[in-house]
Write a new protein. Structure first.
Length: 585
């Protein structure tokens, strides 16, 4: 049977599984029937611009989007290295967020302009159905009064129920400046934003119906405590730096708390103490998930100290009444005497794994709870070889990791922990030190099906041998170190080699250091699938302190040699980085 002979109902079901951008590019204007199905019969679209090419973005915004604005139910706008300055271009086409009348979810990523960010938020105020707002890793500078204005505009959104602020703005947010009371927000997440108890008290006061809160909390001054109970909170997730006494004050004022997820630093609290806290101050708790990053109190015999700590979690309260089992991991050879204790199963999204780990739990069957299925981000540390560590066995299985930080070569026993790599999307390689490291890297890549992004953290001594490895799925290469002083600049001869390697030829997003400016243009032209290019050129003398914002010699030089539809800009956070959004069919 031919595809176009399928029933309308079946076609509509199939269309639900296709990205809206690809859907319109593939089927719009084929015939009147497909147009009617797309424009009339489909009632809601999820629109995600995070990885779109400039050609497809321009085409979609000009041809299709004006006719379906009121059918968009979720929208993602991003200014990251894959779509630099997209939000500015989006607004330049005349779109306003309030045109998306039926929008329910709006997500902003890596926005680098306060003016654009605030403009988009203001436009949301008139949306009658917007319930979810996500602001992720946005970096912008602002004056003190501007952030208050921005936060009040968010709290003013009439139907907002779920709000995520993750690493928003270039400096600490003053949450206690909020002066608008929200009666709609029920779920609030502050991620990579540090708050103290003054901020927390203010959040509770001005978010009167808050039920679920996730927050990074630090202990401030002794008088920073809650003064009255907060009855609406039923779920709390805290990343906490501080002492237990202040935390107890918080618990005392949450009489209806049911779910508690807690990760602590700088705090040593044994099972007897936690039992007393839970019984005395949190009697309504049903789900308790704990992760303590701890330093053992004594400088000797970590094995014995770990066993003694575990024994405090072997009372009937833990083992019988609640069946809350815990595991303790520690490195007996570590000079800093640190370890980690957590409830089972492990319920946190990130995990730090090191080969020399010793591990023991209070679970009656020690082979249980070795599946770390909640972990999506894994950092692996491979210590210096030590034959005395070979007997240490850690049986964790990470079957759902999406992001991995690792050095090569790694200990062969680590393979058993990461045997399933079919979900892995990105890898951050911290070291490639030997010929065997490249061989092992190739073996690793052979087991990945959906690996999209590869980042190399240390590039000064990177061998060109790296570019001999192959992987058909990789589309993004980040070859720019975090520190400007550590950037590796590829020469003209090296660039000539790069453009004949499969890793570069299939690359769509490339971040790289270039020795000479003329090689920028030659490299972009030689990579057929490239849609975004980010580079630092060694002969770029731009200085943010002395250069005029309207006169950038380097960008002017590039613009005179590249097509006018290429979008060229500097990264606001790292101005030495030039970002190219390439217009290519």
């Amino acid at each position: 049977m031919r595809f176009e002979n399928l029933a309308n109902e079946l076609l509509l079901d199939l269309f639900e599984y296709i990205d809206v951008i690809h859907l319109f590019h593939a089927f719009h204007n084929l015939n009147a029937r497909f147009d009617e199905l797309l424009v009339t019969r489909l009632h809601a679209f999820d629109l995600d611009f995070r990885s779109i090419s400039k050609y497809n973005f321009d085409n979609f915004c000009q041809q299709y989007l004006p006719n379906i604005t009121q059918k968009i139910k979720s929208l993602h706008l991003s200014d990251n290295e894959e779509t630099p300055n997209l939000s500015k271009l989006f607004l330049s086409y005349g779109f306003t967020i309030n045109q998306f009348f039926n929008l329910k979810s709006f997500s902003l990523y890596n926005i680098q302009s306060f003016e654009i960010f605030n403009q988009l938020i203001i436009q949301c105020i008139r949306l009658p159905y917007l319930t979810h707002l996500h602001m992720i890793k946005c970096f912008f500078n602002y004056r003190d009064n501007e952030i208050q204005y921005l936060m009040n505009n968010i709290w003013r959104l009439p139907k907002l129920t779920h709000c995520i602020l993750d690493q928003v703005t270039s400096r600490k947010m003053r949450l206690f400046d909020i002066s608008i009371i929200s009666t709609s927000i029920k779920c609030l997440t502050f991620k990579n934003i540090t708050c103290d108890f003054r901020d927390l008290s203010h959040i509770f006061e001005y978010t009167s119906c808050l039920e679920q809160l996730s927050i990074n909390l630090i202990y401030g001054f002794p008088n920073q405590q809650l003064q009255s109970p907060i009855y609406s909170i039923i779920s709390l997730k805290i990343l906490y730096h501080g002492c237990i006494e202040v935390l107890i004050n918080l618990f005392q004022n949450l009489p209806n708390l049911i779910h508690l997820t807690l990760e602590t630093f700088d705090m040593y609290c044994d099972g007897y103490e936690w039992e007393k806290i839970l019984v005395s101050y949190l009697p309504t708790i049903e789900h308790f998930k704990l992760k303590m990053n701890l330093n053992f109190p004594y400088n000797n015999n970590l094995n014995q100290q770990a066993e003694e700590l575990l024994n405090t979690f072997r009372t009937s309260f833990w083992l019988v009444e609640h069946q809350w089992f815990v595991r303790c991991d520690w490195d007996p050879f570590n000079i800093f005497y640190n370890g980690m204790l957590y409830t089972l199963p492990y319920n946190f999204g990130d995990c730090f794994y090191f080969d020399a780990v010793s591990s023991k739990s209070t679970c009656p069957v020690d082979t249980e709870y070795w599946s770390y299925d909640h972990v999506t981000t894994l950092s692996h540390k491979n210590p210096e070889n030590d034959s005395s560590k070979d007997s240490i066995i850690f049986s964790a299985r990470f079957s759902k990791i999406r992001h991995l930080k690792i050095s090569f070569p790694f200990n062969e026993k680590f393979w058993s922990c990461i045997s399933a790599l079919n979900r892995l999307q990105s890898i951050n390689i911290t070291l490639l030190s030997t010929d065997f490291a490249y061989s092992q890297l190739q073996d690793f890549l052979n087991q990945t099906l959906h690996l999209y992004s590869v980042k190399l953290s240390h590039l000064k001594n990177l061998s060109m041998q790296f570019f001999t490895v192959t992987s058909p799925s990789i589309r993004k290469l980040n070859l720019i170190a975090k520190s400007k002083s550590s950037i590796r600049y590829f020469t003209r001869n090296e660039c000539s080699v790069l453009v004949h390697t499969s890793l570069i030829l299939q690359c769509e997003v490339l971040l790289i250091g270039i020795k000479e400016r003329s090689d920028i243009i030659e490299l972009m032209n030689a990579i057929p699938n490239l849609r975004t290019f980010v580079c630092h050129c060694n002969d770029d003398e731009y200085n943010v302190w002395s250069s005029s914002s309207t006169n950038d010699e380097f960008i002017e030089w590039l613009q005179s040699r590249l097509p006018s539809k290429y979008l060229i800009s500097r990264d606001e956070k790292h101005p030495y980085l030039l970002r190219f959004w390439i217009y290519r069919k």
